[in-house]
Design a protein around this ligand. Sequence first.
Ligand SMILES: *[C@@H]1O[C@H](CO)[C@@H](O)[C@H](O)[C@H]1NC(C)=O
Ligand SMILES: *[C@@H]1O[C@H](CO)[C@@H](O)[C@H](O)[C@H]1NC(C)=O
Ligand SMILES: *[C@@H]1O[C@H](CO)[C@@H](O)[C@H](O)[C@H]1NC(C)=O
Ligand SMILES: *[C@@H]1O[C@H](CO)[C@@H](O)[C@H](O)[C@H]1NC(C)=O
Ligand SMILES: *[C@@H]1O[C@H](CO)[C@@H](O)[C@H](O)[C@H]1NC(C)=O
Ligand SMILES: *[C@@H]1O[C@H](CO)[C@@H](O)[C@H](O)[C@H]1NC(C)=O
Length: 316
Amino acid sequence: MSANMLFFFIFGFIFGVATADYCPPYYTAVPDQGICVVVDIPTVNDGSFDSASHQCAMNGAFLPNISNVFVNNVFASFANKLGQTSDFFIGVVKNDAGVWTYSDGSTLIYSRWAVGEPNNQYSCAIMNNSTYWYARDCHQSTSYACMTYLQSNPPNCPSNWVPFGDSCYYLKPIQLNDDGNWILYNFTDAQENCVEMGSQLASIHSKAESDFVYDLVYAQFVNETDPGYNRPCDWGWTWIGLAHSPSPNTTYWLDGTSLDYCDFGTGDCVIAEMYNCGFEIHNDATCYPEKPKTWGWWLAGFHYSRYLCKKSMKLI
Ligand SMILES: *[C@@H]1O[C@H](CO)[C@@H](O)[C@H](O)[C@H]1NC(C)=O
Ligand SMILES: *[C@@H]1O[C@H](CO)[C@@H](O)[C@H](O)[C@H]1NC(C)=O
Ligand SMILES: *[C@@H]1O[C@H](CO)[C@@H](O)[C@H](O)[C@H]1NC(C)=O
Ligand SMILES: *[C@@H]1O[C@H](CO)[C@@H](O)[C@H](O)[C@H]1NC(C)=O
Ligand SMILES: *[C@@H]1O[C@H](CO)[C@@H](O)[C@H](O)[C@H]1NC(C)=O
Ligand SMILES: *[C@@H]1O[C@H](CO)[C@@H](O)[C@H](O)[C@H]1NC(C)=O
């Protein structure tokens, strides 16, 4: 331990600055309860109770098992930011025996049902800014709340992953097979490899994020010819998580987030192709001078040597 660190350690210990508490990005700390909370609008999947549960889990959080009136009021106070429909799922469900429990099956130690609730026709629970709980259809698309405990370490990315905003990114580098050729991945292989690492092929939602991704991809600029295929440039391209399918005619991010930004070089997010395809980032302008810094598409069965995975930054 260096003198500086020793000083910091002692100073921090005495004045308590070394015991800072952290929440995941976008969560609000409720320090006297030791928790972090967020109330969010569903932007992915079907907005059901299950997808809400999954969204919370991506940040190491869970649907709130509200255990006292103070925490209940904290959540209610967040409801207004949802706008007119301030309903949101909480972590309270009806089990097969018809008993309402927390979503992990444990017994409710606090509840705040509205008069006439819970309506046993339904199996999930919402609350709104009234502070009261109501039974609700688990499949109805609804906003949701998440909760987790305050952590003593700041949010971080695993090693080899690069942080940007509230996410971590992993660029699969070019690797050689035993026979000296590049290892190549089609679109579905690339996505499966990301999923194995608890992530998905990257979605991109802003100019800033897009620029970050270009920098990452170009930093490992590849202007080589794969010995096995003898085609310059192309094989070094990088899959991202945008997919297009012809029937129904849709273009969508594999991670279910909304298509609110794109870089096709045409100024809009419309493609009119008739194929199952995935999108990729080219190498820099040296390899694709007519289309620097745009996304390209190619058949989902095509092979590239690189892919970009993305996952939520977690507390570690
Ligand atoms: C709430 O859920 C968390 C995570 O499952 C658990 O650690 C905690 O004990 C639960 N608290 C209550 C009051 O059920
Ligand atoms: C709750 O939300 C409704 C509808 O948006 C709003 O009219 C009302 O003022 C809110 N109540 C509180 C206590 O914030
Ligand atoms: C809260 O939700 C219930 C059930 O949907 C509704 O009857 C009530 O008006 C809502 N309260 C507010 C303030 O939005
Ligand atoms: C990339 O390769 C092409 C074709 O081999 C060559 O013309 C070009 O000069 C190379 N660019 C760089 C930056 O090395
Ligand atoms: C697919 O939808 C886009 C609009 O989202 C449209 O511009 C395009 O023509 C459609 N393609 C086909 C083959 O219908
Ligand atoms: C990608 O390759 C795998 C085998 O590695 C294959 O099972 C899959 O069907 C291929 N995907 C496409 C879209 O061709």
